[in-house]
Design a protein. Structure first.
Length: 742
């Protein structure tokens, strides 16, 4: 029996090792052959992320005695040309991959999607096809013209406003114009692509970038072409095309190095270095299976260690004279992303990785850690308390903080500031932002786009305590937090992963953390008793026809997963499959992503896991986000994701009276829903383990009496979940102690 078991384990391990990868392998190395007097010499191979090309070439010559210092430069130039060649190949591969993705051919995932998802996928693909061919597609019917209202719903609205239409044409409907008439050249296409990127319409952005390259941008404007490669690499990283992204970032690095040398330009030198950093932080947006995830995390960790050990600014700005602060500013402008998706992987060494990232960026741009004037000690009874975020708006962060801020603003011991970090297109009619302005007046303040100016503005408020609610979600507030801007600085769990920044003193966590959770933070962990909630009112949605959600309906319970797909961990796949084994007529609904490749990768991962277990996956379906509320009103059960859980989605479920099944994760990022249930005094639907989770969910899905009692219990206790006053009182006490003890 033991022999058979060991054989089974060995077969499973072998199957995992040979299973197709969710992400193509990342290969950044380029090799250049050398020739000696005796014939062919050793090849010079270099990874542009981990090593400066010129430093690596000099070490190669010293170690192998096959070349001189002068010849080392020639090797570095040859490696640079090889990076460009590989980037050109990647561009051709991307063009083919992109045209396949946006074709009219139906992808397998759409066979298990709802009608809205199918329709919107067809529209997005059609628009991208038209753009890559050099024309302007007509916006879909019903799209508003106001850019703020149209950002998510209608991809084309804001981008069309940047097209320069000659006044004599007297026509704002650009889709009716011939592109030659409005003179849309490669630079214009690149600009339109940047707008689509900012609005996160990545298929449209890629189409415009490819169109720009096809029109010869690299010849007409090499500098903008290098920047386009950077933008394209960043977008492809968000799409999960990590291998292609790395190659295009390599081409950006090579092109920028050439321009920096030719123009003696700090800006291009900074672009070259930023390409190395951006290539290092390519993190999979959808969590891959464990064996693949471990390899990608090891690559990330080793890349950052290599970068953090180098004098990055010195090597990048070789032979260029100028103002160091200008160089640092250029670096800051070009670093395109944080390690946002790292938190969703639920790794054990996130604090170390975040510290390595902070060390790398400090090496690249030392002035990020700017020496600020010594901040005076607290001189009066009123404590100045600031919250700095790009998401103090109609966003989960703004919604979760709005109610506590009301109570904090009323506290005579505090003077509260809402500091709006500039990120993305502005939205003047945002109702949360309007509310904060009405609440705080001039203390609701929009910070400058420039990080250095924003830093000065924050310092001018002379804050005693500064809270960053969501460090790591976007780049501007993350870079702002490198400096000491207040006497005490804190991070909140709005983005639940340690910052790794020496400038952050406290992590504002929860009592539901494990006893040893302090080991996961570079900050001092402060545990609070009450979890923030958004003030969602109890409601009863209108159920939709099940056929609007499930094309082939077996008739059983609908189990709805509300979390974004980047929160649906590979470990959660087994829990879904176990549930469908238990409930033979049940259906699981997942909410698809606006970025179709993320939905495709999630579908592929679940399919492969089902094949490994010899289980069908045809009862796992995808719905469009526009069907969210209808699906919630129709669902019998909502499943909290594991090990990364939800918070706002948990409130969505509970405010609608839909039972939510929860398995607390090992870290706080997987315990928010359990904390909400704790405030409600409900523990029946909080599982002890995976088997218990499946049992609770299946019973709710199949036992009418149990389900009816669960709904009644949740509706009766839901209002107890909201403790904004208690949250604010606990926070106020902590902030006062921090300020007076600093």
């Amino acid at each position: 029996m033991r022999t058979a078991l060991l054989r089974c384990v060995a077969l499973r391990a072998a199957a995992a090792a040979t299973a197709p990868l969710l992400y193509a392998p990342i290969d950044r190395e380029v090799c250049v052959p050398t020739v000696t007097d005796d014939g062919t010499g050793p090849s010079f191979c270099v990874d542009f992320v981990r090593e400066d090309l010129f430093d690596a070439a000099e070490r190669f010559c010293d170690d192998n005695n096959v070349c001189s210092g002068h010849e080392a430069g020639a090797l570095a130039y040859a490696a640079r040309r090889e990076l460009e060649r590989q980037g050109n190949e990647a561009e051709r591969a991307l063009r083919g991959r992109f045209l396949e993705l946006v074709s009219e051919k139906e992808d397998p995932w759409t066979t298990v999607s709802d009608p809205i998802a199918k329709r919107r996928t067809r529209i997005r693909r059609h628009q991208a096809r038209v753009l890559v061919q050099g024309s302007f597609p007509e916006p879909e019917e019903g799209c508003p013209n106001q850019r703020e209202r149209a950002l998510r719903a209608c991809a084309l609205s804001r981008a069309y406003t940047v097209i320069d239409v000659p006044p004599n044409l007297n026509e704002t409907r650009v889709w009716l114009l011939n592109t030659s008439v409005v003179n849309v050249g490669p630079k214009a296409w690149a600009l339109i692509g940047e707008v689509f990127t900012e609005d996160e319409h990545y298929a449209h952005a890629i189409a415009c970038f490819l169109r720009s390259l096809e029109q010869g941008l690299a010849i007409r404007d090499p500098g903008r072409a290098a920047l386009l490669d950077m933008n394209l690499g960043t977008v492809l990283g968000c799409w999960g095309e990590l291998a292609l992204a790395a190659r295009l970032l390599g081409r950006a690095h090579a092109r920028a190095l050439k321009l920096a040398e030719a123009n003696q330009s700090y800006d291009y030198a900074a672009l070259a270095l930023a390409a190395r950093v951006n290539a290092a932080v390519l993190v999979p947006p959808v969590v891959p299976p464990p064996h693949e995830l471990n390899d990608l995390r090891n690559l990330l960790r080793s890349d950052l260690r290599a970068l953090a050990s180098q004098d990055l600014r010195k090597s990048a700005a070789r032979h260029i004279q100028g103002d160091d602060s200008s160089y640092d500013e250029a670096i800051v402008r070009r670093v395109g992303r944080t390690l946002f998706n790292l938190a969703h992987q639920c790794g054990q060494d996130d604090a170390e990785i975040m510290f390595l990232l902070a060390s790398t960026l400090t090496r690249a741009a030392p002035s990020l850690v700017e020496e600020v004037p010594e901040l005076p000690r607290l001189q009066n009874e009123v404590v100045k308390l600031g919250f700095a975020s790009a998401h103090l708006c109609d966003h989960s962060i703004g919604k979760m903080l709005a109610d506590p801020l009301i109570f904090l603003a009323r506290d005579p011991r505090l003077e509260v500031y809402a500091l709006h970090v500039a990120f993305g297109p502005p939205s003047d009619d945002d109702h949360v932002r309007k509310f904060l302005h009405e609440l705080l007046g001039e203390r609701s303040y929009a910070l400058s786009v420039d990080v250095r100016e924003a830093r000065k503005e924050v310092i001018s408020f002379n804050l005693d305590v500064l809270v960053f609610p969501d460090l790591g979600m976007e780049i501007p507030s993350y870079l702002l937090a490198f400096s000491r801007l207040a006497r005490v600085q804190c991070a909140w769990w709005g983005h639940p992963v340690s910052t790794g920044l020496p400038s952050i003193d406290y992590w504002l966590g929860l009592d539901t953390e494990r006893d040893d959770a302090f080991q996961e933070y570079s900050e001092q962990l402060v545990r609070f008793s009450h979890v923030n909630t958004a003030p969602f009112h109890p409601q009863r949605g209108t159920p939709v026809n099940r056929t609007d959600l499930v094309s082939k309906d077996p008739g059983g319970a609908i189990y709805l997963v509300l979390g974004r797909l980047f929160k649906v961990h590979a470990l959660f796949d087994d829990m879904l499959l176990d549930l469908l084994e238990r409930d033979r007529t049940g259906v699981v609904l997942l909410v698809g992503e606006p970025q179709e490749p993320l939905t495709i990768k999630t579908y592929q991962r679940i399919q492969r896991r089902g094949l490994e277990r010899n289980l069908k996956t045809d009862r796992i379906h995808f719905i469009d986000y526009w069907a969210y509320m209808g699906a919630l009103a129709t669902a019998r059960v909502v499943l909290d994701t594991h090990p990364y859980g939800g918070c706002l989605t948990a409130l969505d479920a509970l405010s609608n009276g839909v039972p939510l099944v929860v398995l607390p994760g090992p870290a706080e990022r997987g315990r928010h829903a359990a904390s909400i249930y704790q405030q409600m005094g409900v523990s029946d639907f909080v599982a002890a383990n995976q088997s218990d989770y499946v049992s609770i969910a299946a019973r709710l899905g199949t036992d009418d009496a149990y389900h009816e009692a669960a709904v009644a219990r949740i509706r009766a206790s839901y209002l107890d979940a909201h403790r904004a006053g208690a949250v604010a009182a606990e926070w106020a006490g902590a902030f006062l102690r921090m300020a007076r003890g600093a």
